[in-house]
Ligand binder design. Structure first.
Ligand code: FES
Length: 373
């Protein structure tokens, strides 16, 4: 039996798989093939204390527990046995973690290094136990030389009775059915009303049109009225800052040449625009062109010239005036007034309404109120 401190993980696993007879044989063969290993004891490694299961029925946990605890015990026993060959590892087998053990089993040397007696292990037919076939001759079993992965180690430790997880590629190679690939169900069809290009229904359009016209019309009327009111207020305020202007005809104007007014004629064409009658009358034994004011001296009405009656007649209270303006009937208290008149530089008669002359005051004798002809 090999010293447990010097056993590799493969040796421990092989011993636990039940091919424990093989390990001593392999050890023996190793002893026989390697003279350097002659000092290694050929006895079967003693089971760790408390190990009740047979080696072929040990689970991975048992194996690992045995590898941890048992190795420690074995190490102690190995030391007790006086084995002078040290373990070729940074850690003692009792201090190795599972990862260290697996790393050592894979052969990557990262964990506990293989013991020096690994040369005997290389010759041992361990893969036969990994295949689970205990009846197959160990010498004919294929020897795995490459690093082992975790699943292979566990599968070998289970002896094939409890195969570990395998990859999809391995399952496909073994012809095992793999889990069907889950596919998402297709998305439901988008409803037509959720489409942005979908046109609103006719009823919706009608309602929108009604509300838009209803509200829009009221708002439009309100804002238009408010705008117009504001505009009127602005215009009125602007007009307030301008003075009132009374547009009147000029007080001085020309009426024509003196020859245009024959004796006994009354020019009424200036009544409406200038409020003046131009007459050719005889006053104080002299022919004169005078300008009479068209305002009744009673209460201010406008008399009319009656050509047939050769008089001015007031329509308000019946006052009558002769062609020279002297009152002769009705309530008028005095003759009509005269405006100033003169011959302008161009020979035309020019009337100035800014100056009036009254007969009762003796002003008709003023030469400014007539033009002698
Ligand atoms: Fe002319 Fe009275 S106003 S008569």
């Amino acid at each position: 039996m090999a010293d447990k401190d010097k056993m590799s993980i493969q040796d421990i696993l092989a011993a636990c798989r039940g091919d424990g007879g093989g390990t001593p044989d392999a050890a023996k063969a190793n002893d026989e093939s390697s003279g350097a290993e002659a000092a290694k004891p050929a006895a079967t490694p003693a089971k760790p204390a408390g190990q009740a299961k047979p080696a072929g029925q040990m689970s991975v946990e048992d194996i690992l527990a045995a590898a941890r605890g048992g190795s420690s015990a074995a190490s102690g026993s190995g030391q007790e046995a006086g084995t002078s060959k040290p373990v070729a590892s940074n850690k003692s087998p009792g201090e190795m973690s599972v990862s260290d053990i697996l790393a050592a089993a894979r052969g990557d040397g990262g964990g506990a290094a293989k013991p020096a007696s690994s040369s005997a292990k290389k010759a041992a037919p361990k893969p036969a136990a990994a295949a689970g076939d205990k009846t197959a001759p160990k010498a004919s079993a294929p020897v795995r030389t490459g690093p082992m992965d975790t699943s292979s180690i566990l599968a070998a430790a289970r002896g094939g009775a409890k195969p570990g997880p395998i990859s999809k590629a391995e399952a496909a190679a073994q012809g095992k059915p793999t889990a069907p690939k889950l596919t998402a169900p297709p998305m439901p069809q988008k409803p037509a009303y959720a489409s942005p290009k979908a046109k609103p229904s006719k009823a919706t359009e009608t309602r929108r049109g009604f509300f838009s016209v209803f509200l829009g019309s009221f708002l439009a009327v309100g804002f238009t009225t408010l705008s117009l009111t504001n505009l009127l207020w602005v215009l009125g305020l602007a007009r307030f800052f301008f003075p009132n202007i009374l547009i009147e005809p000029p007080s001085r104007f020309k009426v024509g040449f003196p020859s245009d007014f024959p004796p006994g004629a009354v020019a009424t064409k200036f009544k409406a625009q200038f409020g003046v009658w131009v007459t050719n009358v005889e006053w104080d034994g002299q022919r004169q062109l005078v300008a009479l004011k068209t305002v009744c001296t009673h209460l201010g009405c406008t008399p009319n010239w009656l050509e047939a009656e050769q008089k001015f007649k007031c329509p308000c209270h019946g006052s009558g005036f002769y062609i020279d303006g002297v009152n002769f009937e009705g309530p008028a208290p005095r003759p009509l007034e005269r405006y100033a008149i003169r011959v302008a530089d161009d020979g035309q008669l020019e009337i100035d309404k800014s100056k009036t002359f009254q007969q009762e005051l003796g002003q008709w004798s003023d030469t400014a109120c007539y033009v002698p002809v």
